[in-house]
Ligand binder design. Structure first.
Ligand code: ZN
Ligand code: FE
Length: 240
């Protein structure tokens, strides 16, 4: 099995969409195309034709570009009515693939009810959309802290070297909050030095890894659903 190429494509104000390319099969997947032109430009420059679209959840900043691709859409079945055309509805336990690279679908509710993550176990890669961010988690628009805590327990169970591709560049504000709730956490302090340097240089701080999140993410580090819920409310009101 050849390498799975993964290209980060910034779209809208702070979203990340992704192009996955498998050279063996020639397949290319657009993950969460909130806006199509930047993805089309990258694909064209590399000589890739987008053969599938995968969405993590229904929010427009993740699906608004779907229509621009003449490609089947894989997305959470329970959110199909909000997404529009969904050719391959998925939920927890399903498997999807690009060439020989297989991804396990995890339903991870809370931000939205049908939200899914795509986990390529053999490639040590996961696409978490708006559930797990670098040093943060998604807002609980359609679910509870119990939901999100369960998601975090599943993410925490993945190998430390798993590379986490998330939906937004929120790391700097997430990190400021993380520092405020765990002021004694040296891993957070050290990571923020690097995050501040990258952002000052206009560089992305995503992807991250499960290991890094285990050490620095206050939501993954929450000890109970109640604890996660308290931290989520505090983050919603955090202005630092
Ligand atoms: Zn969202
Ligand atoms: Fe989003």
């Amino acid at each position: 099995m050849g390498k799975l190429d993964i290209v980060q494509v910034p779209v809208l104000s702070d979203n990340y969409a992704w192009l996955l390319h498998d050279a063996d099969s020639g397949e290319t997947v657009a993950v969460d195309p909130g806006d199509a032109p930047p993805l089309l430009a990258v694909a064209e420059a590399r000589g890739w034709q987008v053969t599938a679209v995968w969405n993590t959840h229904w929010h427009p900043d993740h699906v608004a570009g779907n229509r621009a691709f003449e490609a089947p859409v894989t997305a959470p079945g329970e959110e199909a009515a909000k997404i529009g055309r969904v050719d391959h509805p998925v939920t927890d336990g399903d498997t999807v693939a690009i060439g020989a690279h297989r991804a396990h679908v995890m339903r991870v509710p809370g931000h939205t009810q049908g939200h899914v993550a795509y986990h390529f176990a053999d490639d040590s890669v996961i696409f978490t959309g708006d559930t797990l961010f670098a040093m943060g988690c998604g807002r609980l628009f359609e679910g509870t802290a119990v939901d999100m805590f369960a998601n975090m327990e599943r993410y925490r169970a993945l190998p430390d070297n798993t590379i986490v591709y998330c939906g937004h560049e929120y790391t700097q504000s997430n990190g400021r909050f993380a520092r405020s709730v765990e002021p004694g956490n040296q891993a957070i302090a050290e990571r923020m030095v690097e995050v501040d340097r990258l952002r000052a240089a206009g560089e992305p701080t995503v992807p991250t890894t499960i290991g890094q999140e285990r050490a620095t993410n206050p939501f993954m580090r929450a000890t109970s659903a109640e604890h996660l819920g308290e931290r989520r409310v505090a983050k919603d009101n955090f202005t630092g």
